[in-house]
Write a protein that binds this ligand. Structure first.
Ligand SMILES: CC(C)(COP(=O)(O)OP(=O)(O)OC[C@H]1O[C@@H](n2cnc3c(N)ncnc32)[C@H](O)[C@@H]1OP(=O)(O)O)[C@@H](O)C(=O)NCCC(=O)NCCS
Length: 158
């Protein structure tokens, strides 16, 4: 079913959301962010923008995206969806949401790094118009792995 995301709303992340966000983070990454890292992104506003996707009916947080906009550059810092809610369009909605904020804020391009073996995320980014523009050898640890750099022209129509 591809319509689930219509049941979610995207809202600014607050400190009160961090516990639930951490549950999703721990379920999603082999080298997860710490609570402190999330708190520091929240404190870095306005450059850092953190949003959660909530299931409308339950208000349960089912995903989140963190990105930074510095002048005309948007960088996606983190993105995850609760494993129980994946493949229903929520990750795509969060990316689309961030690109729209980027457009509205005057960003000209968006970049992100993704693990070379994370084909699911690479598919998502390609689907939304990102293209691979580089590689950072051994960028990640736990496990050590290359990062692929993806870029998106924010002027593109979403
Ligand atoms: C990557 C992630 C955010 C995708 O979230 P999602 O809500 O499942 O994504 P969507 O349902 O919006 O899927 C959008 C596209 O992503 C790709 N995709 C999603 N799940 C996939 C899967 N299991 N296999 C292959 N491609 C997949 C497809 O291209 C899909 O489009 P389609 O449904 O038309 O085929 C989610 O899998 C996740 O949280 N993964 C762990 C954390 C992570 O890797 N974050 C990214 C770090 S760079």
């Amino acid at each position: 079913m591809k319509t689930r995301y219509f049941l979610t709303s995207v809202e600014k992340m607050t400190k009160a959301d961090i516990q639930r966000v951490m549950e999703i983070e721990l379920a999603s990454f082999s080298a997860p962010w710490s609570k402190k890292m999330f708190l520091s992104e929240l404190a870095d506003a306005p450059f850092s923008l953190s949003y959660v996707a909530r299931e409308r009916q339950s208000c349960r947080i089912v995903g989140y995206i963190i990105f930074r906009i510095v002048f005309d550059d948007l960088s996606v810092m983190n993105l995850a969806v609760d494993p129980a809610y994946r493949k229903q369009g929520i990750g795509g909605e969060l990316i689309r949401f961030a690109m729209r904020i980027g457009q509205a804020s005057g960003a000209r391009k968006a970049t992100l790094e993704v693990r070379a073996t994370n084909l699911v995320a690479q598919n998502l980014y390609r689907k939304f118009g990102f293209r691979e523009v580089g590689c950072r050898p051994n960028y990640y640890d736990r496990p050590t792995e290359h990062a692929l750099v993806f870029e998106y022209g924010v002027d593109c129509v979403l």
